[in-house]
Ligand binder design. Structure first.
Ligand code: AP5
Ligand code: MG
Length: 216
């Protein structure tokens, strides 16, 4: 099962990827998490990426394609994976097509979590993250349910970076959706509602069923 989660910053990709990882037992490949791990480890790449993330801009296609190429070649990806945060530009999408062809793989589904901008701004300004495992939580959560770490605010969830992230998404990442729509792979899900309700629809889409909203 190879799944691609697509959506704006704050649309719930990481939240739903955690559910899918537990459900299918396949790795969650989140390029943002990978970059934040490099920053935390103070590597050369992390030092280059830190000011870019803090400003809400994109790391270069060349670097990101290299990171994903390396990650998809690892043995835990053989049974499948959940991609989150990549591709974010049309050149990244084209490079991923080539890479998937080289690996003899294809995406089973692209799951688009559609959330209006006002809701994205509300979620991002209140989000808390675990500095140890990177799970995300809504405002008011005290500690990480997985490892009990104290939660923190992500540097790029500060007001100065949130707007630029949404703007660059609208400019560079929205065209990526058309790339996958042409292939008929996209399941569009209204990302508003409880996390559990969205999870039910995401799982239905991943399993190739028609996505229907539950009526009360
Ligand atoms: P990345 O980490 O990928 O960030 P993002 O795309 O901005 O997305 P987020 O992680 O902010 O949101 P999410 O959709 O995962 O939402 P979440 O589940 O947390 O990338 C960070 C940066 O890295 C980029 O800006 C860029 O600089 C760089 N980068 C990464 N990949 C790159 C690439 N390919 N090319 C170039 N640069 C790259 O949910 C958000 C909040 O909402 C949480 O608090 C959550 O609890 C809550 N929530 C979730 N679902 C619901 C719901 N249904 N109802 C109410 N609240 C909800
Ligand atoms: Mg995320």
């Amino acid at each position: 099962m190879n799944l691609l989660l697509y959506g704006a910053p704050g649309s719930g990709k990481g939240t739903q990827a955690n559910m899918l990882r537990s459900h299918f037992g396949i790795p969650h490949i989140a390029t943002g998490d990978m970059l934040r791990a490099e920053i935390a480890a103070d590597t050369e790449l992390g030092r280059q990426a830190q000011p870019i993330l803090a400003a809400g801009k994109y790391v270069s296609d060349e670097i990101m394609i290299g990171i994903v190429r390396h990650r998809l070649g690892e043995p835990d990806c053989v049974p499948g994976f959940i991609m989150d945060g990549f591709p974010r530009t049309v050149p990244q999408a084209e490079a991923l097509d080539d890479l998937m062809a080289e690996l003899g793989k294809r995406f089973d589904r692209v799951i688009y979590l559609k959330v209006p901008v006002e809701e994205l701004l509300r979620r991002l300004s209140g989000r808390l993250v675990c500095p140890t495992c990177q799970r995300t939580y809504p405002p008011g959560t005290a500690s990480c349910q997985a490892d009990a770490s104290s939660l923190v605010q992500r540097e790029d969830d500060r007001p100065a970076a949130v707007r630029p992230r949404i703007e660059i998404y609208l400019e560079k990442t929205v065209p990526v959706l058309d790339h996958y729509r042409i292939g008929g792979l996209v399941s569009e899900i209204d990302g508003r509602g409880t996390i559990e309700e969205i999870s039910r629809q995401v799982l239905a889409a991943a399993n190739g069923r028609v996505v229907k909203k539950q009526t009360a």
